[in-house]
Design a protein around this ligand. Structure first.
Ligand SMILES: Cc1ncc(COP(=O)(O)O)c(C=O)c1O
Length: 448
């Protein structure tokens, strides 16, 4: 055997020649390609300019429209202090209908102390995914409390409510599966369904007859089916019929997922959500989802259900495995808030009484509240988006802070003001806000 040759059969001189030859050929090829497709400088610059994106063009159009009509942009306003029944905006204090502080726990001294203690003990971050950075005691305690609260075997906390839905649906469902979601389901459910690659369809809002027809038509063509709904709808403030959904998913062999973002801490005598409100066994629902950003006065989300479901997500949900664990302040605040809700159900009772008061006052004024049941979310539907924005601005001028929901978040003729109700509002604030909304809406319609 020739010792000067390597195992590839080439000596050093042959190798150098081959490498030089390959480099020369690669260079010639890339020059030829460059000649054949000269990069049009102007086109390239245009493609890289973000102002050419249709989303940016639309934004500029909206701003121009605002300037022309003199309607101020009500979004991204600067506030100060803790948002409760009131909020500080510049030098003014407004009655606040723009935040999720449903049971008044954002700003509660005990919740803030728990967050501060957790920071003192564990720092401001857990610094990596729990898979690698390990657990902290508050993670397990929060998850055990969430399982207890939801009446399930186990729970898992994520760093974002939105990511909880995207990641969970994306992890559980695949191309052979079918996802049927209420047409008003939150964007995070829609995005999760898209990510999963499953066949997707939306059924008309709360129309379980239509859902049944869809199941009857399509169930057999798919391996698994997921029905996704909300416990209390975020734009309409109404609920599905949970017992009927359980019956449907049982008959057709589907999983049922209920997003309790606006229902946890709100529905049911002790705030345990739609199952408690409607007297359904929570174990009949496979996937309970909730956020920590609303009644629980923190940020993040959770899934609750069977231990095996939690095991699967813990091992495979990308938003859990590849994302940092819930931070000490967020975890401890949510846990403390949950324990207060359990200990002080009168907060839930006050919130519900306030929801009923506002709904009744709005209806008495002839306002269109759609199908809202009068809980944490009550819409006042006004029609055009421009009407909703103008009405929000007029109410702001009267010291009432309420945000418009406009197209494309809702259909164009369904633009609305969305009132978030808290247990901290007074009866007078609620009635005054409903009266002022009706007065300003009437003036707007008259063009005065
Ligand atoms: C129904 C619903 N699900 C999920 C989310 C996402 O939660 P988060 O804002 O905590 O990320 C929201 C947000 O408001 C929501 O309304």
């Amino acid at each position: 055997m020739n010792q000067s040759r390597g195992i590839d059969g080439l000596n050093e001189a042959d190798k150098s020649k081959l490498i030089a030859d390959l480099k020369a050929r690669a260079k010639a090829k890339s020059m030829k390609a460059a000649e054949a497709e000269p990069a049009p400088a102007a086109a390239t610059a245009k493609a890289f300019d973000f102002t050419n994106l249709s989303a940016h063009k639309q934004l500029r159009m909206m701003r121009a429209l605002g300037d022309m009509t003199g309607i101020a942009d009500p979004f991204f306003k600067l506030h100060d202090g803790i948002p409760g029944g009131t909020i500080r905006t510049g030098s003014e204090t407004h009655v606040n209908f723009g935040t999720y502080n449903y049971v008044g726990l954002n700003g509660d001294a005990r919740v803030m102390a728990a967050a501060k203690d957790a920071i003192d003990r564990y720092g401001t971050s857990v610094s990596a995914s729990r898979v690698v950075a390990g657990e902290r005691p508050f993670h397990g305690r929060l998850e055990a409390a969430l399982a207890r609260f939801t009446g399930t075997e186990a729970a898992l906390a994520f760093v974002s409510g939105h990511a909880t839905n995207v990641s969970t649906i994306g992890c559980l469902m695949g191309p052979k599966d079918l996802i049927l979601a209420d047409c008003l389901a939150h964007n995070s459910i829609v995005e999760g369904a898209r990510l999963s690659g499953a066949t997707r369809a939306a059924f008309p809002h709360n129309d379980l007859e239509a859902l049944e027809h869809m199941l009857a038509r399509s169930r057999d063509r798919h391996e698994r089916v997921l029905i996704a709904v909300e416990g209390l709808y975020s734009m309409d403030g109404d609920c599905p019929d949970l017992a009927r959904l359980v019956d449907l998913k049982t008959r057709f062999g589907a999983w049922l997922m209920v997003d309790e973002a606006h229902a946890a801490g709100v529905l049911g005598a002790s705030g345990r959500g739609i199952a408690e409100e409607q007297g359904v066994d929570p174990r009949a629902v496979e996937i309970w989802m909730g956020t920590l950003s609303k009644a629980f006065a923190s940020a993040g989300g959770y899934i609750a259900g069977a231990q095996a479901l939690i095991d699967v997500l813990k091992a495979g949900a990308p938003g859990f495995v590849f994302s940092v664990g819930l931070s000490p302040a967020q975890g401890a605040a949510a846990l403390q808030a949950l324990e207060i809700i359990e200990a002080e159900p009168d907060r839930v009772a006050r919130l519900r009484a306030n929801g009923r008061t506002f709904l009744a006052a709005a209806k008495a004024n002839g306002l269109d509240t759609g199908t809202a049941i009068g809980a944490s979310v009550v819409p006042v539907i006004v029609g055009d988006s421009s009407f909703a924005v103008a009405l929000s601005n007029r109410l702001s001028a009267r010291g009432i802070s309420v945000l418009p929901i406009i197209f494309p978040a809702v259909p164009e003729k369904q633009a609305r003001l969305r009132f978030f109700i808290t247990c901290e509002h007074t009866e007078q604030q609620l009635v005054t806000a409903a009266n002022a909304t009706a007065e300003e809406f009437a003036k707007l319609k008259r063009g005065t």
